[in-house]
Write a protein that binds this ligand. Structure first.
Ligand code: GTP
Ligand code: MG
Length: 197
């Protein structure tokens, strides 16, 4: 897919205020600092489109972008960041859960997972929730440039094994590096396929 146009539309905390649900929507979620905003910039080839930071907790609202005037891309705040106050964490969880359950044009959620780590309970629980709610999702293993391919593969296999304990069918997965721009064609090709269905 060629990205001819990528435009920031709005940030807000309420699903009712999101853009009209008339186009297919793809949301990017995962733990704080996993690389959601960086992946969005890599996919769209727009360096500063989504705001990134080396400090976790940068993205705090539901951010809508419109791509090629054909589909929405959404940058969400991360989950599982310990340094945020309990009150804020509860507020974010409520906002994200409400968005995921209510957004009727949500075509697929991309759950980002840091490819450096072995399977984490917080990620497995989040995907368990998506699966039980019937929310379509795929997995994206980020920051693959940070270690060897075999180490990444080992962590991916571990996730797939854990997922297959709960589900008959394991979700599709992608391996990406925003640094080395790998996985871009695969992710965009997947979105193209869904948009054409
Ligand atoms: P929050 O909005 O805080 O939840 O974080 P985020 O998931 O949007 O992460 P963000 O894209 O802001 O990236 C966090 C840090 O990881 C930044 O310092 C990025 O430069 C770095 N980073 C993101 N993706 C990659 C990658 O593929 N490779 C490497 N080496 N670093 C990355
Ligand atoms: Mg972010």
């Amino acid at each position: 897919m060629q990205i001819r146009d990528a435009t920031f539309l709005m940030s807000n905390s309420r699903v009712e205020l999101c853009p009209p649900p008339t186009l297919p929507e793809y949301a990017f979620i995962g733990r704080s600092n996993v690389g959601k905003s960086s992946l969005i910039n890599m996919l769209t080839e727009r360096r500063g489109l989504a705001k990134t930071s080396s400090l976790p907790g940068k993205t705090q609202l539901i951010n809508h972008f419109i791509i090629n005037k054909e589909w929405y891309l959404v940058d969400l705040p991360g989950y599982g960041y310990a340094k945020v106050s309990k009150e804020n964490r509860v507020k974010w969880a409520r906002m994200i859960n409400f968005y995921l359950r209510q957004r009727e044009n949500l075509a697929c959620v991309f759950v980002l997972i840091d490819s450096r780590h072995s399977a984490q309970a917080v990620d497995l629980e989040f995907m368990e929730m998506l699966g039980s709610e019937g929310i379509p999702f795929v997995m994206v293993f980020t920051k693959a440039d940070k270690q060897s391919g075999s180490r990444t593969h080992q962590n991916v296999v571990e996730y797939m094994q854990k997922m297959s304990e709960s589900w008959d069918e394991v979700p599709r997965h992608f391996i990406t590096s925003a640094e080395e721009k790998t996985g871009r064609e695969e992710v965009l090709g997947f979105i193209t396929d869904i948009n054409q269905q």
